[in-house]
Design a binder for this molecule. Structure first.
Ligand code: MCN
Length: 778
């Protein structure tokens, strides 16, 4: 039996469940001091002066610095790796502000003390003289004439404009028998990983920097710290120990990491910083915050011909690592899984006095999916078709498919996934029940909402990323070392922070090399142990890193074959190979296991002439295409038409992620993703007041759901293996989030359609739903 395809329990869990996990805040170093950041309470203000004198005299304080004191350490400020266009305003982003603060939470000074409590107490004694300026937090208000200006070098608060046009959209729209035009608001979200961010940095006597940081990207961080601080890469070691979730938010080059490195160098003592939850809600990146205008052109019976999108996307106050690129990650997907002739996408990036945005689970793709899936329902209403009929009429159904936005989808079967969704759901009975309640004028109306999504992940072909001006490559690196006793070490460039790589990668290599999953040692997240990698984001670890692992395993097998042939005194061509064992064709008793070959390779007493000792191989894989998971998600809601309360009754998800390595881990990924997407539809929203104060700064008012708020998800799968990689796999880490939000909102609208409600902003809180019902009454 192969290990791939088995729902094996996660290897990493025993350690975590026995309390052996080590997160940054569990770590200590001899002589360690603690940093606390003084943050602006104003969303927009001139920093007139910063007086540290009282703080410096407080008990336990070791040092304190203003932004100006440290500015020489980081002359270029924090990096943005994705300058998407010629017109982009690459505004300067200093780790600690010197002249002006631009969001509530922007750092202005740092206090270092013997304990965290002492640093925090002393930080309150830092006297900052601010001259408050008018602030703007709303996207469209920021673009209006006379809006407060955040950056002198970004006139009109415009960060950039970016377009993608194919076919003849103007003609298609003027020829269209039917058009629909919708406007949606993607509210701002706070990623809320379970473990807040943190960093601990130690610099030794010869200037070698070691930083333990809660990051998804130790390799990218090492390069970034070098670029920001001018310390040679060889002198920087980045360690991501256990990391408790990230959802994209731990992929950034954060001010605090750069600050602790700078302080540790300056003070000659290890420095630690740990984020508080309410601090993180302001200082760690946010997601979404876009206004979407989407227009569909179609024939009279609802066959789509064109899509036009005008997207306005909040950058927040500065450009973080990939902030400008987030809308682009969805730019190809605004026609979803539907065939169109013409495509017209235009995006404007905008600065506002808010926490910077960046990649949050799905990054650009949940937004695109939301827009097209809601707009397709609007089209269905207009042409008098059901949500199922309109989808079936428009599905792309031949693969590989060159889509209108210019990329190629490798494989899929969208009809199959939808049919399976309907079957699991018991669709006809549900519609009958809905009709019954409608006829009875029931105050609990039933709604059924669909989201048939396709997404592009597995980032990505380096050439395409380069053409889009992304700063890094999209390849991934893996090394395998077979130890003399047969233990297989996998040195992975991807770094898990909850995704179970240790288990799934072990399953892949176990099958290729014929060893037990337990005999695989998975190493990652330390640039001194695994020097090369491109890290974990964009659901890339399996479709890029896992495929690199497959190829590296093949190299190991080929070397082992040469060793076995030499030992058995036969030609390599005369050997057959099956799960770990070579046998001589025609004499199956005569053979050798990969493990035995490893010992021979290690002792090196009798290797073929010229062969390097050791059984190991490396592979760097650059995929030829993105990965294109797809599927059908359906939400069933009950809406109380008197109170506006929405109850999520059922949730069905049929996903196609190609070959599945570990069904339990895939289900877990889908579960978590769905929960996050549902949360956007129903509960979560980062709200600022007009002055730029974050009103939802704690978990008391930012409504992250727990399992108790969610129904038991009904999961199923279809499998169309990806033809672009030998494992046939597609990514899964973001599918649930990408698919689920529109399914839920479509369900709410479906429930209220007879009452004349066709749109409700997210989150569809009881108040919003109730108001929509009242407004529809006229
Ligand atoms: N997998 C599989 N078979 C497939 C696809 C995936 O068995 N066909 C397994 C993989 O081997 C891996 C896991 O599922 O163990 C996720 O794989 P993949 O889709 O490659 O995604 P990544 O590992 O690159 O993870 C990144 C992705 C992203 S972008 C976000 S955001 C996210 C997510 O994963 N954040 C997470 N899942 C998360 N899960 C947890 N617990 N915490 C987060 O912060």
């Amino acid at each position: 039996m192969t290990a791939v395809g088995q729902a094996l329990p996660r290897k990493e869990d025993a350690r975590l469940l026995h309390g052996e996990g080590r997160y940054v805040d569990n770590l200590a170093a001899t002589g360690m001091v603690h940093a606390y950041i003084v943050r602006s309470p104003y969303a927009h203000a001139v920093v007139k002066s910063v007086d540290l004198s009282e703080a410096l005299g407080a008990p336990g304080v070791v040092a304190a610095f203003t932004g100006a004191d440290l500015a020489d350490a980081w002359p270029g400020g924090l990096p943005c790796f994705w300058p998407v266009s010629d017109d982009i305003a690459m505004v300067k982003h200093m780790p600690l502000a010197t002249d002006k603060v631009r969001f509530a939470g922007d750092g202005v000074a740092v206090v270092v003390a013997e304990s965290r409590a002492a640093a925090k107490d002393a930080a309150e004694l830092v006297a900052v003289d601010y001259e408050p300026l008018p602030a703007v937090t709303d996207l469209e208000a920021a673009l209006a004439d006379g809006a407060p200006l955040l950056h002198d070098d970004a006139p009109g608060n415009r960060a950039y404009t970016w377009s993608l046009v194919t076919g003849e959209p103007d003609k298609v729209f003027s020829d269209a028998a039917v058009t629909v035009k919708e406007r949606y608001r993607q509210q701002r979200l706070i990623p809320s990983a379970m473990e807040p961010r943190g960093a601990l940095c130690e610099v030794n006597a010869v200037g070698d920097v070691t930083i333990w940081t809660a990051t998804q990207g130790p390799h990218i961080m090492r390069t970034a710290y070098t670029l920001v601080l001018g310390i040679p890469e060889a002198k920087v070691r980045v360690i991501a120990p256990d990391v408790g979730g990230g959802f994209g938010s731990k992929l950034d080059v954060y001010a605090e990491d750069v600050i602790v490195i700078t302080l540790a160098k300056k003070l000659g003592r290890p420095v630690k910083w740990t984020e508080e939850r309410s601090e993180g809600n302001r200082a760690t990146i946010h997601g979404r915050d876009m206004i979407q205008e989407i227009e569909l052109a179609a024939t009279a019976e609802g066959k789509l011909t064109g899509v036009r999108v005008r997207l306005t996307a909040a950058m927040g106050a500065y450009l973080q690592a990939v902030t400008p690129g987030v809308p682009l990650l969805g730019a190809w997907l605004y026609a979803g899984c539907y065939a169109v002739d013409a495509y017209d996408f235009h995006c404007t990036g905008v600065f506002t006095n808010t926490t910077p945005t960046d990649a949050y689970r799905g990054a650009g793709r949940p937004e695109a999916t939301y827009a097209i899936e809601r707009a397709v329902d609007a089209l269905a209403r207009k042409v008098g078709k059901s949500p199922v009929e309109i989808r079936k009429l428009n599905f792309i159904d031949s693969f590989p498919a060159d889509i209108a936005s210019g990329l190629q989808i490798d494989s899929g079967d969208y009809h199959l996934a939808l049919d399976k969704g309907l079957e699991v759901l018991g669709y006809d009975e549900l519609r009958a029940e809905q009709a019954r309640r409608r006829a009875a004028g029931d105050t609990k109306q039933l709604g059924i909402g669909f989201s048939t999504y396709v997404e592009m992940c597995g980032l990505a072909p380096s050439r395409i990323l380069g053409a889009l001006r992304y700063g890094a490559g999209g390849w991934e690196s893996i090394s395998i070392k077979v130890l003399p006793t047969g233990t297989v070490q996998v040195l992975s460039g991807t770094t898990p922070h909850g995704q179970g790589h240790a288990t799934t990668f072990s399953q892949i290599v176990a099958d290729r090399l014929g060893v037990d999953v337990a005999d695989v040692e998975f190493l990652s997240g330390d640039t001194a142990v695994v020097p090369t990698g491109m890290d974990t984001y964009g659901s890339r670890s399996l479709p890029v890193g896992g495929v690199a692992l497959y190829h590296a395993s093949e190299k190991v097998v080929e070397k082992a074959r040469q060793i076995a042939a030499h030992q058995l005194e036969v030609s390599a061509d005369d050997l057959e190979y099956e799960t770990g064992r070579f046998s001589v064709k025609g004499s199956p008793d005569k053979g050798m296991h990969v493990k035995e070959a490893a010992f021979v390779a290690w002792s090196a007493h009798n290797l073929p002439d010229g062969m390097e000792p050791g059984l190991e191989a490396s592979f760097i894989y650059d995929p030829p295409n993105f990965s294109w998971p797809a599927g059908c998600h359906v939400a069933v809601v009950e809406v109380d038409t008197e109170t506006g309360d929405v109850k999520l009754d059922r949730y069905v998800a049929v996903d196609d992620v190609g070959t599945v390595i570990n069904p339990m881990i895939v289900d877990g990924q889908v579960h978590g993703g769905i929960a996050q997407g549902i949360a956007q539809a129903l509960w979560e929203e980062a709200v600022y007041d007009e002055d730029g104060n974050l009103l939802t700064g704690s978990l008391l008012d930012y409504l992250v759901p727990s399992a108790a708020e969610l129904p038991s998800f009904e999961l199923d799968r279809t499998v169309t293996p990806s033809p672009t990689n030998p494992l046939g796999v597609k990514g899964v880490g973001e599918t649930g989030t990408i698919a689920s939000t529109p399914a839920v909102v479509n369900a709410v609208i479906d429930a209220l359609e007879p009452l004349g409600v066709t749109d409700i902003d997210m989150p569809t809180s009881p108040e919003r739903v109730w108001r929509a019902i009242e407004e529809a009454k006229g």
